[in-house]
Ligand binder design. Structure first.
Ligand code: RRO
Length: 313
């Protein structure tokens, strides 16, 4: 018997695969489809204090090799998602869910966490420090001092299991500096990575940008992202204390991609662009493909190879 079970933050999940925040998690109809899928669990769309309509459309484009988006945080507001998760906790009580949140400053983060504490939420919080698409708001994850300040406050006010979603980093010194900050905190996980911020996908025929917000600039996902995602997963796996687990996100569209994320050190793997393209049935295919690879290699559980990437020295 081959198992794709995993453990994160002390909780067991039947499958190591789930959606990436922002995909199939905007409303109850989408989350119902995630809940009915082969995924081990789901994460909600990043929730803000107030509901938001997001940026003007068109704001998402699937490209031959991935996607570009500038959604601008459309969401129903935190109470909507807490209410949905609360219902699922009753309907399927043995499953643990992720609530993604993002405040526009430390006080908002604190208010969001206070709402979660006051609710009956029993799951894991993913604090998004890396939204690339709100005009005038830089990605928090690139401001190292602010990350440290936010996490200091977060762990003063919140007692439950909590991790963060990071943007991709591109320099070894940045991996070192960020890891040194993160190791000071009782984080349950770090999720590497969000989309590569502010790419540009253009249409040569019409000589125009392809999405409307920010003159066409948007977050890049899919095939373009995988090598960067794997580098971030592995870099943080090597640098973070073992209590901080890694969620791998970026460029996953096959069982081999899942295998590679796990090999680089991920404990759980999220699917964004490919889930948007294929729908939640993708989890059946990815799980079957991962099991085939494990069988060919003689592995029966994720622990047999997780983080075991070999170096050439
Ligand atoms: O909503 C978005 O535009 C968005 C978010 Br919050 C994010 O974290 N990452 C992304 O690619 N898009």
């Amino acid at each position: 018997m081959i198992s794709t079970k995993t453990t994160l933050a002390g909780f067991e999940f039947d499958n190591c695969l789930m959606n990436a925040a922002g995909v199939y998690c905007y409303d109850a109809a989408e989350l119902d489809q995630m809940q009915a899928s082969k995924a081990g669990t789901f994460v909600t769309k990043s929730a803000t204090l107030q509901a938001r309509t997001g940026n003007p459309e068109p704001r998402y484009l699937a490209t031959p090799l991935g996607s570009i988006n500038s959604m601008g945080l459309p969401n129903h507001g935190l109470p909507y998602y807490l209410d949905y998760v609360s219902q699922q906790q009753i309907a399927v009580p043995n499953k643990i869910y992720f609530q993604s949140i993002t405040g526009f400053n430390i006080d908002e983060d604190e208010q969001l966490l206070a709402q979660i504490t006051a609710s009956d939420f029993k799951g894991i919080v993913e604090l998004n420090l890396s939204c690339p698409n709100v005009p005038g708001k830089p990605q928090t994850g690139y401001d190292f001092e602010t990350v440290e300040r936010i996490l200091t406050r977060v762990f003063e006010v919140y007692q439950g299991p909590l991790g963060i979603k990071l943007p991709p980093y591109f320099d070894i010194v940045h991996f070192d500096q960020m890891a040194a900050i993160l190791n000071q905190f009782p984080l349950a996980f770090v999720n590497c990575v969000n989309s590569i911020g502010n790419g540009l996908f253009i249409d040569a025929a019409t000589e125009t940008v392809t999405i409307k917000p920010k003159n066409g600039f948007g977050g890049i996902g899919g095939d373009y992202l995988k090598p960067t995602a794997l580098a971030n997963v592995h870099a943080f796996y090597q640098r973070l204390k073992p209590e901080i687990q890694i969620i791998g996100t970026g460029g996953v569209k096959s069982g081999q991609d899942v295998f590679e994320h796990l090999l680089c050190g991920a404990s759980m793997v999220q699917v964004g662009t490919a889930l948007q393209k294929e729908g939640p049935l993708i989890f059946d295919r990815l799980t079957a493909e991962l099991k085939t690879i494990m069988q060919q290699k003689g592995y029966t559980q994720i622990a047999d190879f997780q983080g075991q990437l070999k170096h050439l020295d």
